[in-house]
Ligand binder design. Structure first.
Ligand SMILES: NC(=O)c1ccc[n+]([C@@H]2O[C@H](COP(=O)([O-])OP(=O)(O)OC[C@H]3O[C@@H](n4cnc5c(N)ncnc54)[C@H](OP(=O)(O)O)[C@@H]3O)[C@@H](O)[C@H]2O)c1
Length: 351
């Protein structure tokens, strides 16, 4: 048990819900921010947690775009987990600046402004992404030994090409600027968690997270003709949440932690596992030929440049720091997807 109070931003979301739950299970007091407490669908699972852990979870309203929004929630906290940030897949984004870049950057500024004002805060954990390290998969071919490593920053994304990745890169850089700008000795430490594609069971039935919507397309049978030859760094949401807690529990944690299995997985591997679980012939078991995907690119909302730099491109992943320093044990993809599928089925039935 601990008297530490932790602030979690974006508590309605896929990743943050698991962080809140694991913090409560570990005995922490939690201040959790959501956009609207009145939005029953979005906060129901948090109200259930309040009932299960009486007096331990307090909800606050805060908007990434509003200055001063996080000040009240930050009061009395020692650790801040800044997780809120919109995540949409590339093909769904129409106005990158408005949909992802502004909320990511302004949100980071507003949360860290609250941290500056709050003397009790000693640690800030920012949920960044592997997208802050690379934009297109082909970027990793320019890294040492074709291996994704936390020593790099994404320099190829823009508002119009991989806007989400751009939002994560500039938001993380901004966080490091705030950290560096503190007078010496610095009061608060900054650590970032940089997860790959996060999969697994969702506690939050309304999340529009890009990783959930990617798998929803498969599960709803929308990709029955086949899937593009795409490869992903993947991680289970429960490991991501555990890593957030371990950063605070390890006084030596520092820098950026890539959270992803050391080997990439392909979209067709996701499809085959889900097909076997759902017993549905509308979930494909084959890849589409790259030539066909290029032809259909505009219909899928993907540019030729994006397809050229991502289709069929694989790399290795250096996740050593998460294993050595945070003691993360990565579970097999099949277990993650099995739990993902069961949680999706339960939520679909209750809708
Ligand atoms: N899922 C992944 O594969 C993945 C991978 C790497 C990193 N991440 C990072 O993990 C974090 C959480 O993502 P997620 O997958 O959990 O997505 P999510 O379920 O969509 O969560 C995003 C959260 O951000 C909040 N948010 C968005 N715009 C906001 C605004 N203007 N003001 C206040 N809150 C706002 C959302 O609140 P509402 O519920 O009100 O919309 C939601 O709680 C993000 O920082 C994302 O970049 C995710």
């Amino acid at each position: 048990m601990t008297e530490d109070i932790c602030l979690v931003t974006g508590a309605s979301g896929f990743v943050a819900s698991h962080v809140v739950q694991q913090l409560l299970e570990s005995g922490y007091q939690v201040h959790a921010t959501v956009r609207s407490i009145k939005n029953e669908k979005k906060v129901k699972h948090l109200l259930d947690m309040q009932a299960k852990w009486p007096g331990k979870l307090t909800l606050f309203e805060a908007d990434l775009l509003k200055a001063g929004s996080f000040d009240a929630a930050a009061k009395g906290c020692s650790v801040v987990y800044h997780i809120a940030s919109p995540f949409f897949i590339e093909s769904r984004i129409r106005d990158g600046q408005k949909e992802v870049v502004e909320p990511a950057l302004k949100g980071t500024q507003h949360v860290l402004d609250a941290v500056q004002k709050c003397e009790t805060i000693k640690l800030v954990v920012v949920t960044s992404s592997v997208a802050a390290i690379f934009g297109d998969n082909a970027d990793v071919q320019n890294m040492k030994e074709n291996t994704l490593s936390s020593e790099y920053f994404n320099t190829t994304s823009t508002v119009t090409h991989n806007a989400y990745s751009y939002s994560k890169a500039i938001a993380e850089r901004e966080a490091w600027k705030y950290y560096e700008a503190q007078p010496n000795p610095r009061r608060w430490r900054l650590v970032t968690i940089n997860p790959g594609l996060v999969l697994g069971p969702s506690l939050s039935p309304t999340s529009e997270s890009g990783s959930l919507s990617l798998l929803n397309q498969l599960l709803r049978g929308e990709l029955f003709l086949g899937v593009p030859d795409l490869w992903f760094a993947t991680v289970d949401v429960r490991e991501v949440a555990t890593a957030h807690l371990r950063v605070a529990q390890n006084p030596d944690s520092h820098g950026r932690y890539i959270l992803a299995d050391k080997e990439m997985h392909s979209f067709v591997e996701f499809a085959r596992i889900l097909r076997s679980l759902a017993h549905s012939s509308r979930i494909p078991e084959h890849k589409l030929p790259n030539s066909l995907v290029r032809l259909c690119g505009p219909l899928l909302g993907l540019s030729q440049k994006w397809l050229k730099l991502n289709l069929g491109v694989k790399f290795n992943i250096n996740n050593h720091a998460s294993v050595e320093e945070l003691k993360i044990v990565y579970r097999p993809l099949k277990e993650t997807l099995t739990d993902h599928f069961h949680s999706w089925s339960v939520q679909r039935k209750s809708q």
